[in-house]
Structure formats: C-alpha cells, structure tokens
Design a protein around this ligand. Structure first.
Ligand SMILES: Cc1cc2nc3c(=O)[nH]c(=O)nc-3n(C[C@H](O)[C@H](O)[C@H](O)COP(=O)(O)O)c2cc1C
Length: 221
C-alpha cells in the first residue's frame, strides 16, 4: 500500500470485528512509528497497549459508568474552545449531522446521541486499543508531536490491513483508564485509539474536507 492510499483509506472506523490483532503486528507498527518526528527528538509520547482481559475489564468499567450517567472526570485540557468560531463551528455541525444522521438519529434526540456515543467506551468492538499520555509539563509543540506520532501509527495500521479510531472521549473517563494502566504521576491522557479489523456490516459516511483554497495559501511570484 503506498502512502497516498494509506492516507485516503484511513478513516475513523466505528465498527470492528472481534478478530484479534496479533501482538507481532502491533509491535511492528509501533516500532516503525517510533521514527515519527518530534522537536529536538524528544519523543514525548507514552503509549499503553491494551488487548485481552485488561481491555475487556476497562471497557466494562467505562461502559458501566457512562451508562449510569456518572459525571466525567474533571478535565485536564479543553477538548475544544468553548465558543467555536466560523468556519470551525459549521464544520463541527456538519460532522455531527453526518455522524448521527447516518445512524438515523435526529439532531435534537440527545438521548439517542448519548446511546450512540457510548460505543466509544466499548472501543466500537475493537479487540485492541492504545492510550497515549504526555508529561504534564510538556508544551503545545510537544502535543503537536503526539499528533504526528498518532497519525503515523494510523497509517502504518492501514499498511497492515487494520483500521483505527482516535478517541479523545477517553480523556473524559481518564480515571478508569488509569485504574487499568497505572500511569506514573504527572502524565495526562490525551486520547485512546481503538484498533482492529473493520466490520464490513457497519455503514460509513465519508467525512468531507474543506476545499484546498480554504486551508492552503500558495504564495508565488
Ligand atoms: C484527536 C482526535 C480525537 C478524536 N476523538 C474521537 C472520539 O472521541 N470519538 C470518535 O468517535 N471519533 C473521534 N475522532 C475522530 C474524528 O471525528 C474524525 O477523525 C473526523 O471526523 C474526520 O473523519 P475521518 O477520520 O473518518 O476522516 C477523533 C479524532 C482525532 C484526531
């Protein structure tokens, strides 16, 4: 698979089969992803990979508490600015419409949206997941390094015939994750990522992208 195909075939998959992901495949992907760039080569990512019983246990804990309506763990970072301005507000609304529309859920049906969102904590059925932490004292550029690293992981997963879904949702239940992975003090959970083989029975609507001229400016003579 060439890089263009890996990039364009990657999408946030929200329906996985239970087929296990072999450990040597995960090791190969994560070993290669270690070549991701980072400012001054800090490599500020700390990754925990869960499969088998520990993941089943975490899913159970998280699904139970979210299902019971427990409050979210207090935030360690804002997922989005409180007031999203244009054009981000419209892009977010278009995404929500598409995501919940594809599931036949009306915009105002908050309960149904909540029910659909709960599958985040079941990792959408995936048999493997990783959790990405960063040291609390790292700055914005190191958070950007995490993004580059995680995208590299997702593209390498494509090369192995696997799919993924990055999930900030896990930061809302970070204490449940910490119960299972026991991170050292001073680390912030940025996100989880579900990993597995795509369930072909689950329908997907492809998300759209802004036209090139909205996000890219060529300066030329
Ligand atoms: C940092 C990050 C966090 C995300 N968190 C979630 C999440 O918690 N749950 C979810 O279903 N999708 C999540 N997504 C997936 C995005 O919704 C998705 O990437 C976006 O809508 C573009 O669609 P695509 O990835 O299918 O191209 C996240 C993506 C990123 C990059």
């Amino acid at each position: 698979m060439d890089v263009y195909e890996a990039v364009t075939s990657r999408r946030a998959v929200r329906g996985f089969t239970g087929q296990p992901v072999p450990k040597d495949v995960l090791e190969r992907v994560l070993s290669a992803a270690a070549w991701s760039p980072s400012g001054s080569n800090l490599q500020p990512w700390h990754i925990y990979v869960l499969t088998g019983t520990p993941l089943v246990h975490l899913k159970m804990l998280a699904v139970q508490r979210v299902g019971a309506g427990d409050p979210w763990d207090e935030r360690e970072f804002e997922m989005y600015p409180p007031e999203l301005k244009s054009p981000y507000r419209e892009r977010r609304a278009a995404f929500a419409k598409q995501r919940y529309g594809a599931l036949g859920i009306a915009r105002e049906d908050l309960e149904a949206r909540q029910r659909a969102a709960i599958s985040n904590w079941d990792c959408f059925g995936a048999p493997a997941a990783l959790f990405c932490y960063i040291d609390r004292d790292m700055g914005l550029p190191q958070w950007a390094d995490l993004g580059m690293y995680l995208q590299t992981v997702m593209l390498l997963l494509r090369a192995e015939g696997l799919h993924s879904c990055p999930q900030m949702a896990w930061s809302q239940t970070r204490k449940s994750v910490a119960e299972i992975v026991s991170p050292p003090d001073g680390r912030i959970l940025f996100c989880g990522m579900s990993i597995g083989y795509q369930d072909p029975a689950v329908d997907y609507a492809r998300t759209e992208r802004a036209p090139l001229e909205e996000t890219v400016t060529f300066i030329q003579r």
